[in-house]
Design a binder for this molecule. Structure first.
Ligand SMILES: [Zn+2]
Length: 437
């Protein structure tokens, strides 16, 4: 699967995003999805995203909410623009503009934000405005592609005040779909995702899916993600706002709430007490085979653990919060670390090159507790990972784990509204992709 399609929802929002997705939704003015039923586009993504107004209206009417956008009011004073040259200071530019040293001083005293003006960058531009008597009355300085510093004189008090103005920012939603053939990474690349997006996608499902050894040929993912535009120009990717992953026939769905966290469509956190894999999949070599039964899984019964083959020195993470109950060396395990999680659970990490924690240490989920190696009785470098429940070895990929926490009750309604829209977007993606096969 190497095609991506882009659908543009007509949404606009202003930066900064205090509440990420929620703002998007809250400020969406969208009159239904306009789709592009045209030709598939090759997955070169930067960013000829196909925007077709072919007039095909999606059957789903997404609800339309009020916009919260703030429009920049245009005032009609006379603005002059000055380029910052090498060695230029605010004082020099003010002098060129015919303003007094007093004006320069007042501007630099216009609050914390005005301190930006102490170091001007050559090539940047300052716009300055004079009042009728020739004295300074306003300044604009683009401090980044999305933020402009504005200093204005209050007509009544005569005081100067500074504020940062966020540029109007357009968010478009794109879709990508992938089917795993050779590896998850390759499927992500083929779907047109960036490295970051691929890592992010694995991160979203890291509590449900073992991306290091649990991915199979035929696994499928669908995602909806943000793209940011300013004045029609692509300026970067936003978040993945919805994702679906079908792993070995099991379906997982994650929706981003406006707090930035991901939840199931029913409103349970994607975060759980254990990561499925204690190692980042990107380090794991040959993590995939086309064999119907993965050798790692077959071997699991034989030796009560999962082996992760990766380069010596690869960081090994605690799969959950807990306390280190053993950190030592023997000739079978090599360097090993055992972690106790609550009453019931113990995880074990063997053959480490180096231990990163000591007995008695408290560790956090995802914290590096050692580095993969080939110490002890091994034929090659790998991490041997064991998961015990009440002292009994269990398969970490399939073991029943404590249920994830539900979203805060006072957030539930807001989340369910977002989830509804996101699920429709995901659904639409799939229908488009299906129609185009
Ligand atoms: Zn092993």
């Amino acid at each position: 699967m190497r095609l991506i399609y882009t659908v543009v929802l007509k949404t606009f929002k202003t930066l900064p995003k205090p509440h990420r997705t929620g703002l998007v939704i809250a400020s969406v003015f969208l009159g239904g999805l306009i789709l592009l039923p045209s030709e598939p586009v090759e997955a070169s993504r930067h960013q000829e995203s196909l925007v077709l107004d072919a007039g095909v209206r999606y059957p789903l009417e997404l609800s339309v909410l009020d916009t919260t956008d703030v429009l920049v009011e245009e005032d009609d004073g006379e603005w002059e623009t000055y380029s910052v040259g090498r060695g230029d200071t605010l004082a020099k530019i003010f002098k060129r503009a015919g303003f007094s040293a007093r004006d320069t001083y007042d501007v630099t005293q216009a609050g914390e934000l005005a301190k930006t003006l102490v170091t001007l960058i050559p090539g940047d531009e300052l716009s300055l405005r004079a009042s009728e008597d020739g004295s300074f009355s306003g300044l604009r300085y683009a401090v980044s592609f999305k933020e402009t510093l504005r200093i204005e004189r209050n007509e009544e008090s005569g005081e100067l005040s500074a504020e940062l103005e966020a540029k109007e920012f357009e968010t478009r939603y794109s879709f990508a779909q992938g089917e795993i053939d050779s590896s998850f990474w390759n499927a992500g690349v083929d779907a047109g995702l960036t490295d970051n997006q691929i890592m992010h996608l694995a991160g979203i499902f890291g509590w449900d899916i073992d991306f290091a050894v649990g991915i199979r040929q035929g696994d499928i993912f669908n995602i909806v993600y943000e793209e940011n535009y300013i004045d029609g120009e692509f300026v970067g990717y936003g978040d993945i706002v919805a994702a679906e992953f079908i792993n070995q026939g099991e379906r997982f769905v994650a929706i981003q709430h406006d707090d930035g966290n991901y939840y199931t469509p029913e409103g349970r956190s994607m975060r759980k007490s254990f990561l499925r894999a204690p190692i980042n999949f990107k380090y794991v070599s040959s993590n995939f085979t086309k064999a119907r039964f993965h050798p790692v899984q077959k071997r699991w019964k034989a030796h009560n653990g999962t082996d992760y083959v990766a380069a010596v020195g690869t960081p090994v993470m605690a799969s959950g919060d807990g306390k280190v109950i053993e950190a030592s060396y023997n000739r079978f395990n090599g360097n090993y670390v055992f972690v106790q999680h609550g009453e019931k659970y113990v995880t074990k990490y063997l053959h480490l090159k180096k231990r990163g924690v000591k007995k008695g240490d408290m560790v956090k989920q995802g914290q590096t507790i050692g580095y993969l190696g080939s110490t002890g009785m091994v034929t090659g470098a790998h991490l041997h990972y064991e998961f015990l429940v009440d002292g009994v070895h269990r398969n970490p990929r399939t073991v029943e784990l404590p249920k994830a926490r539900p979203i805060d009750a006072n957030q539930k309604d807001a989340f369910m509204k977002i989830a509804e829209v996101r699920l429709q977007q995901l659904d639409n993606t799939k229908r488009i992709m299906l129609a185009m096969k």
